[in-house]
Design a binder for this molecule. Structure first.
Ligand SMILES: [Zn+2]
Ligand SMILES: [Zn+2]
Length: 440
């Protein structure tokens, strides 16, 4: 029976459940609230690695779960912060969503987890559920030092029919897509809109270019020239995202290297940091071709868990991307990079130091010289000594461990550090990358 028919009469959700239409749900479970005090997190010391999700969808757009269900998934899986980035709006308005959206399972899961928190009404088009705003559901999940939420949106723009998507993270209000006369123009205009809101509000924000290879017409050169761009998705766990971890150095990483090379060699623009994301849409079917949660994350090293500290740390390169490999430490002291892996028993690790040297040829035809492997080592600790001829060096750490529910078959767990530059000076032992490239 279709859910739409079920909700023709103005019964409350609880009544419907009681009369047995949704008989698979036990009545007692309705009162279960979403808080889960059993979530394990580590106490905050001076600095700490925080696991974050920077690209998620819910029923606020085309995800198939209510936002509280999305947040609970991440909190239950040892994430410490989540940015909600639904298409085209920050989750702070009054929105009624048809109860059919997301299917019956979405509603059952929501009822099971949130019980009488579910707000519904019946109108001519049937039953609708009000999507709770982040300000409403924050208090159900946030815990000081353990878990926080960031409001955001995916500005879903296009050029000549091709996707140009920019995530704005920690936004105050919705940004209307800005359009533009070229792919680069579209990215730039939306990034500028985020920067404008940031300066107007005084609230730190991130501007992130999404799935750069998905249906995009923007070239590495276009992306490289965008001013005010903080992050670029180098790993997108959504199989339709086109940025898969599908080789020793895949196309999205190669694009990142070309962006970094041009910015550091000729454009005099700061580093764009690489991030791993889920771009999750499907919280019901595992594995899913539409993107499950739990594939790509950003580990951020910060002194505390609050929006300012986390965003500042990301803007300063104090993070690494992972699809499973955990790092104990990454730092660059006296022109030596050290990567320490939190090695697992029986798993082998190969660390490749990848960078571009100053003598590369600037023509795009010489792209193979941008981001080439400069050194390789195995084991739980890897080091690289700058020669002084590098524009930047970053590390990619591959493991032999098969990734559970990876985005592609046979995927193995990997981690990616941020690019580091020669001649940086470390003043704080808790800071791994040393130069804050932005004014924040
Ligand atoms: Zn997108
Ligand atoms: Zn998305």
């Amino acid at each position: 029976m279709h859910l739409f028919i079920l909700f023709q009469k103005p019964f409350s959700l609880r009544t419907l459940l009681v009369i047995g239409i949704l008989s698979t749900i036990a009545l007692g479970s309705l009162a279960v609230r979403a808080e889960d005090s059993s979530t394990t997190t580590t106490q905050v010391n001076r600095s700490h690695w925080y696991r974050g999700a920077l690209h998620t969808h819910s029923l606020w757009s085309d995800g198939n779960a209510y936002p509280e269900v999305v947040v609970k998934w991440y909190k239950d899986h040892d994430y410490q912060f989540v940015a909600m980035t639904d298409h085209n709006s920050v989750p702070n308005q009054t929105v009624w969503s048809n109860a059919n959206r997301g299917g019956l399972n979405a509603l059952l899961t929501y009822a099971d987890q949130c019980g009488d928190w579910v707000e519904q009404r019946t109108g001519e088009s049937g039953v609708s559920i009000r999507l709770r705003t982040m300000d409403e559901y924050r208090s159900r999940f946030e815990e000081s030092g353990k878990f926080m939420l960031l409001p955001g949106m995916e500005i879903t723009d296009s050029y000549a029919g091709h996707a140009v998507h920019v995530n704005g993270i920690n936004l105050v209000k919705t940004i209307t897509r800005r359009r533009g006369d070229s792919p680069r123009d579209v990215i730039q205009n939306n990034v500028t809109a985020i920067r404008d809101q940031e300066s107007t509000s005084g609230q730190p924000m991130l501007a992130q270019y999404c799935h750069p290879l998905m249906d995009s017409t923007a070239s590495a050169d276009d992306i490289a020239r965008v001013v005010g761009l903080d992050t670029l998705e180098i790993y997108n766990g959504n199989p339709t995202g086109g940025t898969l971890n599908n080789g020793p150095q895949d196309a999205s990483e190669n694009l990142w290297d070309r962006v970094l090379t041009q910015r550091l060699s000729s454009l005099n623009l700061p580093v764009v940091y690489g991030v791993g994301v889920d771009d999750a849409h499907d919280y019901q079917t595992f594995p899913s071709p539409h993107g499950n949660p739990g594939r790509g994350a950003l580990m951020v090293r910060a002194n505390s868990l609050n929006p300012l500290a986390i965003i500042q740390a990301i803007k300063c390169g104090n993070s690494y991307t992972t699809s499973g490999v955990k790092l104990r430490d990454v730092r660059c002291v006296n022109d030596q990079i050290t990567v320490k892996i939190n090695a697992e028993e029986g798993v082998q690790y190969t660390t490749r130091f990848i960078g571009t040297t100053r003598d590369y040829q600037t023509q795009l035809g010489e792209a193979s010289l941008m981001g080439r492997t400069l050194a390789t080592s195995t084991g739980a600790v890897a080091t690289y000594n700058f020669t002084g001829n590098e524009l930047y060096v970053r590390a990619r750490i591959d493991s032999t461990k098969l990734k559970e529910n990876g985005a592609v078959a046979g995927e193995t767990e990997t981690a990616w550090t941020q690019p580091m530059l020669p001649h940086q000076v470390t003043s704080d032992p808790d800071i791994m990358a040393v130069s804050c490239w932005t004014e924040y």
